[in-house]
Design a binder for this molecule. Sequence first.
Ligand SMILES: Nc1ncnc2c1ncn2[C@@H]1O[C@H](COP(=O)(O)OP(=O)(O)O)[C@@H](O)[C@H]1O
Ligand SMILES: CC(C)(COP(=O)(O)O)[C@@H](O)C(=O)NCCC(=O)O
Length: 325
Amino acid sequence: MVWFKLGGMSVTKPRAASMYVDLDRDAWRELRASTPLTLTAEEVEKLRGLGDRLDIQEVEDVYLPLSRLLHLQVASAQSLWAAQQAFLGYSVRKVPFIIAIAGSVAVGKSTTARILQALLARWPDHPRVSLVTTDGFLYPNRVLAERGIMNRKGFPESYDRRALVRFLAELKAGRDEVTAPVYSHLVYDIVPEEAQSIRQPDILILEGLNVLQTGPVEGGRLPQTFLSDFFDFSIYVDASETDIRHWYVERFLRLWETAFRDERSFFRRFSELTREQAIARAASVWAEINGPNLAENIAPTRSRARLILVKGNDHKVRRVRMRKL
Ligand SMILES: Nc1ncnc2c1ncn2[C@@H]1O[C@H](COP(=O)(O)OP(=O)(O)O)[C@@H](O)[C@H]1O
Ligand SMILES: CC(C)(COP(=O)(O)O)[C@@H](O)C(=O)NCCC(=O)O
């Protein structure tokens, strides 16, 4: 596009500098560099346990280079932290490196988080990798119902953001043990008698749709502390909405065939549906809740991530965008 003319010469408008290096799959795979990154048979077996449809080639091509990049980040953060402690004259205590994983419902955040947990634990200098999902910080159904927001699960107002900030602050402060509440997808509610105990991990992966959100404006002000103040690295798992909706419906159908039949399931009544009715039901939950939440509250946080994994319709990562600024 011609921006202006100068002495008969047309000057085109420069594109705004992108904050990301954009790599296609092949270029990303090349970044495995000289380190031979191969998985042992035992590790392949362990990873297969994460999902029968998980492609080991995908792990080798995409997630191993990512684990190498994260390892570099953790190692540098650990030595920087030790240098700062020495500067202050403090003895070195461990502080967990926090990786946040964001993205839509059903885009594959949990699967990505579990793959990275397994791969990062292979490195000898950070073997303890804990995984927490922000689901545990949803308000219980009783509170959501009292506030009239049962159909807003996953929206910013459905999370106890302060409890989540407190959890991260305690973890970074080096507490021996920090606990997180537990959410059950089966019961579709917080399980009051359960808690997840986290004991001084080297790395904590925090996975959830809200991790890069700033929190609601209260009294005309943004909160003073954002979750991202505690993050050392962040990843956004991205895909087209059409594909994500399809994965959501597929997952719903798998649950309709299995877990919905469990008598503890919140969705037990859905097990009576025919297959067509189950598909229609999943499509309407998407259209009314998860789709709007993606558009209004999740996708706008994508540009805050340090790295974006862009998936194709088969869950395979097509591009990787990495922040350079
Ligand atoms: N890398 C992958 N390869 C194959 N299937 C995947 C992959 N990641 C996710 N899936 C499938 O997509 C669906 C949604 O993934 P999940 O990790 O549960 O998403 P989220 O935690 O974002 O809601 C699941 O059915 C899961 O098995
Ligand atoms: C609990 C959730 C908000 C979290 O989603 P996740 O990060 O596990 O994909 C979501 O699974 C959910 O329940 N959404 C409300 C609409 C629905 O039933 O899908």
